[in-house]
Design a protein around this ligand. Structure first.
Ligand code: ADP
Length: 634
């Protein structure tokens, strides 16, 4: 064996190494926990030098909480029993400051497995601990924030996105996920620009910065169209309102985002409708400020829409109406309903060039999100007015002409009536003379002259009789409507009287006469009786040879007239004679076929016209006739 110097390399190295280790505290403890050795690491971590600490109990550096929980004693016991124990916790340095110690205690044994002491190794994990704590508190804060806003956010109808000052999304609600097609996890931690089309991204940085320098609740991008971008890249129109949120964690901003695709579509439809309307349409708010106009408005008033939108509606009317219009407007907004403006008044508009024109306006209230608006449909009625004037003038002229014509006719009628009266009256006299002398001639000479002369006398007498009838008829005709006055006449009564008068011939001909309920009218009784009598006796007279006369009289009201009808089953009338039969002395048959002088229907016509009505016939030969006439109802 060489050399007397024995160098216990292991013992030497162990001591040196242990003592010089500065990263860890390595401390030897006796079985009761008193410090036996103290290395450089222990001094560095705790601030105690070995001479100050050796012999002291190792629990001296524990906090009172840990001591209360008997952490050091428990750790020793565990190591004693299990060979090793580990724990972590705050420890106190010599200067009173704290460090986070990660401690491992290992029991040392002799050959008989008796515990002869402990090695305690302590690592200073203060930095790691602080970082962990900070992380945890941040997480807790976020959790708190989330709790605070979660229910609020989820109940909002809009997509809510909360971002911090750097634009990083902190929170979103379920509506955001469905609106943009991202999951919450996709969004949180990303910048908000993810949710907008790329072309806005750059500008948005600036806007974002601007908002945080003067944060207040407001609409985003007032006057601009805003768009969102879905995860699919699809864009859609949005409306965004921003509000600042002051929180413990700093200033945030919450953006309420509304998808306005449907509203835009509805607006678009509304706008198309507006433009398609034939009238000028102007929409104003309750302050009378023009909100919307259509192309017809531009044409009518001569302004471009940019010149009138945002201005007061009064600019489109003549100055003299402007003052009172403001009151009308306030009144209208108080009781809004669809109606014509200024009914009964003449309304005027004023074009850009100052020209005035008459117009018609109908107003309708419009309930909108921005409050009550009023839409006015405006129509230029210049042309209508012009036509109305023309018609009015034409009417006046016509009226004058009619009056003149009527006067002329009245004069002529009177003259004619006078003529007929005078003629028939004056004709009677010579006729009477002729008749009386012929009568005389017959008394004196009948049978004394030859047979032919007797026959001539008969002819003269017949002709004179006939002439008398004609003259009487004519006289009667010219008397119709003279010296009579209007009175209330029950047509039912008149019919009964006529039927009584015609009783003989009715019976003779076995005529059946029926009627509906006839009205009470204002008329000339005698003349009306004659009217019914003529029509009914004609129906009896012009009967069909094969069947007895059936006559039906009815009346029904048509507007302001009563329309009467006298229907028979007689021989009928050819269409070509329908007008002729109403002319005086016009007949369709010879006297041998049917009695009569051809004056009955001209009487009827005169009587009906006296009552302001008219008379006509509908008939077919062999199928009977229906005579219609109208009489003014009360
Ligand atoms: P009159 O009865 O004296 O001949 P009217 O003036 O009453 O004269 O009638 C004129 C003509 O109209 C008659 O001759 C007859 O040919 C025709 N007429 C009138 N009423 C009827 C009737 N109900 N059916 C067929 N023909 C008629």
């Amino acid at each position: 064996m060489q050399g007397a110097v024995t160098f216990d390399a292991q013992a030497y190295n162990f001591t040196r190494v242990v003592n010089e280790v500065t990263d860890y505290a390595i401390v030897l403890l006796d079985p009761t926990g008193h410090i036996q050795s103290w290395n450089a690491g222990a001094a560095r971590i705790t601030g105690y030098q070995s001479n100050e600490i050796i012999g002291a109990h190792f629990r001296g550096m524990y906090t009172s909480e840990d001591l209360e929980k008997e952490v050091p004693i428990t750790a020793l016991e565990e190591a004693r029993q299990g060979g090793k124990s580990r724990h972590e916790g705050w420890h106190i340095r010599k200067d009173g400051s704290r460090f986070w110690g990660n401690i491992e205690i290992t029991a040392l044994h002799d050959d008989h497995r008796n515990v002869i002491g402990f090695v305690k190794i302590c690592r200073d994990y203060t930095d790691r601990k602080l970082a962990e704590d900070e992380l945890q508190s941040h997480a807790q804060k976020l959790e708190k924030l989330e709790d605070k806003f979660r229910s609020l956010l989820e109940s909002a109808p809009d997509a809510m996105v909360i971002v911090d000052e750097t634009g990083v999304i902190q929170l979103v609600n379920a509506q955001t996920e469905s609106m943009f097609g991202y999951s919450r996890e996709d969004l949180i931690g990303k910048t908000v620009e993810l949710l907008m089309p790329d072309r806005y991204e750059k500008a948005h940085y600036g806007h974002r910065y601007h908002f945080f320098t003067s944060p207040k609740v407001r609409q985003m991008g007032e006057g601009f169209e805003l768009f969102g971008k879905k995860s699919s890249g699809q864009e859609f129109p949005v409306e965004i309102s921003l509000s600042p949120l002051e929180t413990d964690e700093g200033r945030l901003v919450s953006a309420a985002i509304r998808d306005i695709t449907n509203r835009k579509k509805a607006e678009e439809k509304f706008r198309n409708l507006l433009e398609a309307a034939p009238d000028a349409i102007i929409i104003v708010n309750d302050k009378g400020v023009i909100q919307l106009v259509n192309v017809q408005t531009e044409k009518l008033f001569g302004y471009h829409r940019s010149e009138i939108i945002g201005k007061r509606i009064e600019m489109l009317m003549p100055e003299r109406y402007q003052g009172s219009h403001q009151d009308h407007r306030t009144n209208y907004f108080g009781r809004p309903k669809v109606r014509q403006m200024g009914s009964g008044l003449e309304l005027f508009g004023k074009r850009k060039n100052g020209e005035e024109f008459p117009l018609e306006i109908s107003l309708s209230p419009l309930e909108t999100e921005e409050g009550m608006l009023v839409s006015s449909a405006i129509r230029d009625i210049s042309e209508k007015k012009r036509l109305e004037n023309e018609i009015r003038e034409a009417n006046i002229n016509l009226e004058k002409k009619v009056q003149q014509r009527t006067m002329e006719l009245e004069v002529k009628n009177k003259e004619l009536a006078q003529f007929a009266y005078v003629a028939s009256h004056d004709l009677q006299e010579p006729l009477r003379t002729t008749s009386s002398f012929v009568e005389l001639l017959r008394e004196k000479c009948y049978g004394r002259l030859d047979g032919e002369a007797d026959q001539f006398i008969d002819y003269i007498i017949q002709a004179s009789d006939r002439m008398r009838t004609l003259i009487n008829d004519l006289l009667e005709y010219s008397r119709i409507g003279r010296k009579t006055s209007l009175q209330i006449v029950n047509c039912q009564t008149i019919l009964s009287e006529v039927m009584a008068d015609l009783d003989n011939s009715i019976k003779e001909q076995e005529a059946v006469i029926t009627s509906t309920e006839l009205p009470v009218i204002n008329g000339y009784a005698t003349e009306l009786k004659q009217l019914f009598q003529n029509l009914i006796s004609n129906s009896v007279k012009f009967r069909n040879k094969n069947s007895p006369p059936q006559i039906h009289i009815r009346a029904h009201k048509k507007d302001e007239y009563w329309e009467f009808a006298v229907q028979d089953n007689g021989i009928g009338i050819e269409a070509k004679h329908k007008d002729r039969i109403f002319v005086i002395f016009q007949r369709l048959h010879t006297r041998t076929e049917y009695e009569g002088s051809g004056i009955g229907l001209s009487h009827c016509k005169k009587i009906v016209e006296l009552h302001g009505g008219r008379i006509w016939v509908e008939s077919r030969p062999g199928e009977g006739s229906t005579f219609y006439f109208t009489i003014h109802a009360f």
